[in-house]
Design a protein around this ligand. Sequence first.
Ligand code: ADP
Ligand code: ADP
Length: 221
Amino acid sequence: MIDAHNIIKEYQTGTELLRVLDDVTITVMENEFTAILGPSGSGKSTLMNVLGCLDRPTSGTYFLDGVDVLQANEKQLAHMRNQKIGFVFQKFNLLPRLTAIQNVMLPLLYRGIDEADAFERAKEKLVLLGLENRLKHRPNELSGGQQQRVAIARAIVGDPPLLLADEPTGNLDSKSSLDAIKIFQDLHHQGNTILVITHDRDVAEKLQKVVFIRDGRLYEN
Ligand code: ADP
Ligand code: ADP
């Protein structure tokens, strides 16, 4: 699913060249559940942005689901993000004025799927995540754990081949964190390919495969 080799990302800061990703090679197979674990400042967000087709590396190669990402233009990159990746963020990124189900419907509406169909598909995912009694609630009427479940429903509503989660438990209490991890595990068992980026050891140790990042370099153990 993910086939990234020798990824280097450098930033020019004043006169200094800062190497944030240093020869990163990572592969994620279909139906794998992988965590990338590393401390703050180790390059996790930068790697997430590259793997999520949000940012380009300075050099390296990256194939996502067989497509050469680094040869794609901006329009094609946006298409990759929409079609191939479901994103889950630390801050949920739900639209505050929309209800839970409207938030989940949005990616489908953007794709031109009609409203009735989008409603049914969004409802199916919210029910799957135990939110059948929260469809019409707005984000500020939901707990953090519930908001993250809405965000996960939104990420999977288009059945993307890859689920990419950046610190998904960063704003959750420990019980909600465990619930969120359980949801990812269930999704994994249903055939989803998942990559979670986290600084939380308790989260990482529950997952199938853990890769470590430190100072922009990856380590298998
Ligand atoms: P993490 O997500 O693990 O906290 P980041 O990927 O956000 O790490 O950052 C890794 C390093 O790269 C940090 O030292 C950060 O300051 C630096 N960095 C990230 N983005 C930029 C940027 N756009 N310009 C300059 N330095 C950056
Ligand atoms: P996170 O909490 O996800 O690690 P950060 O606070 O490290 O996020 O970074 C937020 C955004 O700012 C990212 O897009 C990152 O690329 C950018 N950034 C981080 N460090 C720097 C920096 N030193 N200079 C410029 N941009 C930076």
